[in-house]
Design a protein around this ligand. Sequence first.
Ligand SMILES: [Zn+2]
Length: 432
Amino acid sequence: MILLKNAIVVTQDAERRVLPGYDVLIDHGRIADVARGLHPEGCEVIDVSGCIVAPGLINTHTHIAMTFLRGIADDMPLRKWLEEKIWPLEAKLTREDVYRFSKLGIAESLLSGVTCFVDMYFYPEEVAKAAEELGSRAVVCGPIVDFPTCYSKGPDHALRLAEDLIKMYSSSELIKPAVGPHAPYTCSKETLMASSKLAREHGVMLHIHLSETKDEVEEIKQKHNATPTGYLESIGFFEGNRVNAAHCVWLTEEDMDIIASREVYVSHNPVSNMKLASGIAPVSKLIKKGAHVTLGTDGPASNNILDMFQAMKMACLLQKLASGDPTALTAQQALDMATIEAAKSIGLGYELGSIEPGKQADIIVVDFEKPHLKPLYNPVSHLVYAARAGDVKMVLVRGELLVQDGKLTRADLRDVIREAEYAAKRIVGDVS
Ligand SMILES: [Zn+2]
């Protein structure tokens, strides 16, 4: 048992209560009690005075092993960036590389308060292995595209591998498998339908990139005489599935209505969208239409970090700037997108996303004894607009302390960094 003593608890419960001077009791990996003045016997007491206790942040879209491409090529047009830099380097990836680069990204994520992430990348079982070793939760997609990659020979092979992945992790506590057809422009109708069917049959999440750029919309319109969202709707892709659609930058009114009525979860990636100049997703409008929106960082090649604090702040600022309306997206809405809404999107709304008795103890402790966090009038405002990833002091997943005093407990960070750097040097050195 662990008792977090004297916290300011940002519960993210149905009433969005903030409870100053409260204790959080953790037992057998779950939140046992949230109350004042708890004194149970035989538990480890951790004084968290001056700290915020909040639900762990959930990053709903990333390619975490792309840490090896961080900063290798910036400030380029998307197509040129992909074709000349990213794809040739990715072609050299081995299974072991993905494991090492994932470990680096997961270390970065945990240290910045991310307790769960949704990943789409080659060798997803290696991403899962790295997550399990460091104790992080992850939703790993079997990645599906029509062309051969370093991981799969073609769509049929990719679908078979995705099914194997689902079976491998069907009863895992930390890892949730999912199906990840890359995008409407990289998957044929047959591939999209087979992916949709596979996810539906196994009751797992279906994850796809959707309407990220103007070019994508034009390409799909020419090929299928519909917007990407309209096209997916017309082929029955959403039918009977829990879908997480990343980006959704270029949407028509009809697209937004489809997304809302099909209860598609949109993963908004503001920093990546800005860096690649993709555009501004109509987040406020989607929320007004009743759609669910969550938050992601996208991969470290297009962000270039996995910082959900930055993502929350940027999401708010971007909507305000785009609309000329400072109320367009509030701090509370951004925090919801990174916690409770994200938990629902991965099918774990009853287990994660808020600090409530009975839920899994996926918790972050943020040190608010910092000059940039004083004075403190509104903890939610500070979490979104003022706190930094480096303010995260403690991270628990399933009640286990994975980060203590800003340090990983399950691995030596220096080893994680050294192994990733060594592998990156081999790949990048090969190319030039
Ligand atoms: Zn992406």
